[in-house]
Design a protein. Structure first.
Length: 141
């Protein structure tokens, strides 16, 4: 599952409701069959994330503010991709952020993590808004 799909799954939980989890039932799969099943699962996850357009609008700000109020850490999810990922209980390591940057087509210097992080946050907010999330303009491009 892509990192963006994981973010979408946390904010739009019903987007993944129809994506069945991989099952171990039915015996073991050959390496080729396992790879095909994994690829199909990843494709279904990406399709589910982009299919969220058909869902009711989600007030992203209200949802994340509510999550932040219940979190023991002071997380500034409105400006920090690291804090947003932490709030969603996702791995916010530099490696994961670089992977997210690749997914979203970042063309800047990935060693300039400050610039990349600012770009990532805007792109994630834009993607949420484009797929059924109510996101204030000041959080988007």
């Amino acid at each position: 599952m892509s990192i963006l799909s994981k973010i979408f799954a946390k904010i739009f939980p019903s987007a993944h409701a129809q994506t069945p989890p991989p099952s171990g039932a039915g015996g073991s799969l050959s390496p080729a069959d396992a790879a095909a099943a994994s690829a199909a699962s990843d494709a279904a996850s990406r399709a589910a994330a982009t299919a969220s357009v058909h869902m009711a609008e989600v007030d992203v700000t209200a949802m994340l503010n509510d999550m932040a109020s219940k979190n023991s850490q002071q997380l500034n999810w409105k400006t920090s991709i690291v804090d947003l990922m932490k709030l969603l209980d996702l791995d916010s390591s530099l490696g994961e952020r670089k992977e997210l940057a690749k997914e979203l087509g970042y063309s800047g210097d990935m060693n300039d993590s400050a610039s990349m992080n600012i770009w990532l946050h805007k792109q994630v907010m834009n993607k949420l808004a484009a797929n059924g999330g109510k996101v204030p303009a000041e959080l988007r491009d």
